[in-house]
Design a protein around this ligand. Structure first.
Ligand SMILES: NC(=O)c1ccc[n+]([C@@H]2O[C@H](COP(=O)([O-])OP(=O)(O)OC[C@H]3O[C@@H](n4cnc5c(N)ncnc54)[C@H](O)[C@@H]3O)[C@@H](O)[C@H]2O)c1
Length: 380
């Protein structure tokens, strides 16, 4: 296996910049892991912008045509708005190029499922931008629960709430347009993350009931604040879940939650204890163990340390903390590991297709006012 992989980054906006940092940092932080990603080409939507971003972010070349990136690189990071995911990922997979696609993958579950089928058939390495699954303490908690340390999971309460669209006068963006972002709004943007964590703890979802709301149905145009456009997807979604394991869950996501900046979190109640995580304090986790007796009864706070997954690669000292970009470095290491072993990372496009179907089932449940069975399975 080659020691390096030439990486092409398509889209250098908010999350593309984080991927660019991760490509450069991964060989420093995880020096023993192979292959090392090399920032080779970057595509943006104009030649000027692409060359400027390539120079700022350390890529050898910047181009306006993403197709040449797919042709000339070994591994493709797709960080553009969702309506472009499918075409780019399809082109890369057809050439056998490894793909790391941002969530929500494509515009619909049909697109996500097609990509999952294509990587499986052609055995193409792949990964998906489930950023928070990479948090050391989320991985620690998942391992703890899977090892049975707290007993069987009973109920999961999860949320991902932010306030980036809480201001009702905030202008229309591509995220509110179903043709560019897909039919799901808060679900596609935020729900994907907390659903990936819920599934890691409790397994496959076998039934759900969902509800969605668009509170700010009209938004001003960015270049003419007196003109308005109708918002095409939801601001808020809530769902109740039944898992195959027998556990149950509640999930909420909102892009209009005043005061909540990066509030992804969960409380998982198990037979013998509870584990709780709040993303705005991602370097600590709280664990309650039943049976400690009333003198010691209460949640204990565990701070991130070298014993937790991946933390020591960044810093040996406990409690100093990792940040958002560090999670992308871990994700890049996982992507390179998938390339080394010619497989999907965990989570991969197959899991993404399942989550896409779950989100669409939430919309369907809202529309028909009924519970949906086997939401992860493909329609007949
Ligand atoms: N995993 C995460 O934590 C996370 C966080 C934010 C966004 N995302 C996802 O990442 C994707 C991008 O979101 P963002 O917030 O970075 O958006 P953004 O609008 O900040 O950036 C998108 C970039 O893509 C560029 N672009 C558009 N068309 C292009 C083309 N044809 N060729 C090359 N570049 C093109 C734009 O110029 C822009 O710079 C979305 O799917 C989003 O849901 C994931």
């Amino acid at each position: 296996m080659p020691d390096t992989a030439k990486v092409g980054l398509i889209g250098a906006g908010f999350i593309g910049e984080s991927h660019a940092r991760a490509i450069r940092m991964m060989p420093v932080v995880f020096s023993g892991a192979r292959p090392h990603p090399v920032p080779h080409m970057l595509a943006e939507n104009s030649e000027d912008l692409a060359m400027r971003r390539a120079s700022q972010l350390g890529f050898a070349r910047g181009v306006a045509d993403w197709r040449s990136v797919v042709d000339e690189c070994d591994a493709i990071v797709i960080a553009v708005p969702s309506h472009l995911h499918f075409e780019i990922a399809r082109a890369a997979i057809e050439q056998g190029k490894a793909v790391l696609c941002e969530k929500p993958v494509g515009l619909s579950s049909l697109e996500a499922t097609d990509l999952a089928d294509a990587v499986r058939a052609a055995r193409v390495p792949n990964a998906v931008g489930f950023t928070y699954m990479r948090a050391p303490l989320v991985r620690h908690a998942v391992a703890l629960v899977r090892n049975g340390a707290l007993g069987r999971p009973l109920h999961f309460r999860g949320w991902h709430c932010e306030d980036y669209l809480a201001d009702a006068t905030a202008p229309f963006t591509w995220r509110l347009d179903p043709d560019l972002a897909g039919r799901t709004g808060a679900l596609g943007d935020l729900g994907w993350h907390i659903l990936s964590i819920a599934r890691a703890f409790c397994g496959q979802i076998v039934a759900l009931s969902g509800s969605v709301q668009t509170y700010h149905a009209q938004r001003p145009l960015p270049d003419d604040r007196t003109a308005f456009r109708t918002v095409g997807n939801e601001d808020w979604a809530g769902m109740t879940l039944s898992f195959e394991s027998g556990a149950h869950g509640l999930i909420e996501c909102s892009r209009i939650a005043h005061g909540r900046k990066m509030d992804i979190g969960f409380e998982l109640v198990c037979e013998n204890g509870t584990v709780a995580f709040h993303g705005e304090r991602m370097n600590e986790i709280k664990i309650y163990r039943a049976g400690d007796g009333s003198m010691k009864s209460g949640f204990e706070t565990i701070h991130c340390s070298a014993d937790h997954p991946d933390y020591a690669a960044f810093i040996p000292a406990p409690g100093h903390g990792l940040g958002f970009h560090d999670l992308k470095v871990i994700e890049m290491r996982d992507f390179m590991g998938a390339i080394a072993e010619k497989r999907g990372a965990d989570p991969d496009l197959n899991q993404a297709a399942r989550i896409a179907r779950i989100c669409e089932a939430v919309l369907r449940s809202h529309e028909i006012g009924e519970q949906i069975s086997t939401p992860e399975e493909r329609a007949e």
